[in-house]
Design a protein around this ligand. Structure first.
Ligand code: ADP
Ligand code: MG
Length: 291
């Protein structure tokens, strides 16, 4: 984590691991990303928030070239993987494929829907990537997959098929599967928003442990408790741009932008938990009770 023991944010000891510059992506006339600059540091947990349609998923998808940006650059671990200037000629498909492959080798994405292979057991779902992508020997892949299932608390579900697992368990298998490819950065796109509320906690617990283990993560989520506890930095997007960024403390207690304030207020109203007694007079955040 890029946070000091006192909770303050420090980038001093962290190297940049992924950066995007001037990233633009259009769908027809719609500008989904309107010029995004962002540098993620090694070991950092960046939480991305913002209204629906603000470009959060597109940003994540551009970070591993699941979506090919129109303009801008993407660098991972100091290596420029994708670059295209305004007005540059169309890029050859072969070059796109090659760049995408490089980006995806270094990142892993966890989606809202778990996308497990339904005809494979949990164990096989975790093993298949290393075997197919990295040419790992099945016995070695199995040993590692079992360890990963253990890590996400599912050692006893190795033989289960996705349909036999709850949504939370499926998502934990999906996390183990992503980890199996040893990514340098993990990208989570609303990993808990398709889950029944009682299953959210088990997935967040796994994600918190990963953060403690030092995994670099970019997480699109509206789980404000998680954002506060685990996030080093919060990024607020609107209309294809980053309109505000800061520590959870700054963003949740003292957002500068009216649009951030309005968004957080709406989130609070939509998610209103049972009333929580105000215990401290300084506890005046507009997100009281959410965390
Ligand atoms: P968010 O994840 O913040 O809800 P998205 O990144 O999914 O936002 O979408 C940003 C905008 O781009 C939205 O207006 C969305 O409708 C549009 N968009 C996203 N993907 C596509 C696509 N494949 N084709 C057309 N429009 C898209
Ligand atoms: Mg989205």
């Amino acid at each position: 984590m890029a946070r000091n023991p006192d909770g303050s944010y420090s980038t001093e000891h962290c190297a940049p691991i992924l950066s995007v510059e001037r990233l633009r992506k259009r769908f027809g006339i719609l500008e989904a990303l309107a010029g995004v600059d962002l540098t993620i540091l090694q070991g950092e947990v960046v939480v991305v928030i913002g209204p629906s349609g603000s470009g959060k998923s597109t940003l994540l998808r551009c970070m591993n070239l699941l979506e090919v940006p129109d303009e801008g650059s993407l660098a991972i671990g100091g290596e420029v993987i994708w670059q295209r200037d305004a007005g540059a000629a169309a890029v050859r498909l072969k070059d796109v494929d090659r760049a995408a492959l490089r980006a995806r080798r270094r990142t892993a994405m966890v989606f809202q829907r778990f996308n497990l292979f339904p005809h494979l057991t949990a164990l096989r779902n975790v093993m298949i990537g290393p075997i197919k992508v990295k040419g790992e020997k099945p016995a070695e892949a199995e040993r590692k997959a079992r360890a990963l299932l253990e890590q996400v608390g599912l050692a006893d579900k190795a033989a289960a098929y996705p349909i036999e697992l709850s949504g939370g368990q499926q998502q934990r298998v999906a996390i183990a599967r992503a980890l199996a490819l040893k990514p340098e950065i993990m990208l989570f796109d609303e990993p808990t928003s398709a889950l029944d509320p009682e299953l959210v906690g088990e997935v967040l617990r796994v994600m918190k442990q990963l953060a403690r283990d030092g995994m670099t993560k970019v997480v699109v989520t509206h789980e404000m408790g998680f954002a506060r506890e685990v996030g080093d930095r919060i990024i607020m997007m609107d209309e294809g741009r980053i309109i505000e960024m800061g520590t959870p403390e700054q963003i949740f207690t003292n957002p500068r932008q009216d649009r951030t304030k309005a968004f957080l207020r709406r989130l609070l109203e939509g998610n209103a938990p049972p009333p929580v007694p105000v215990t401290s007079p300084t506890n005046t955040s507009i997100l009281n009770g959410v965390a």
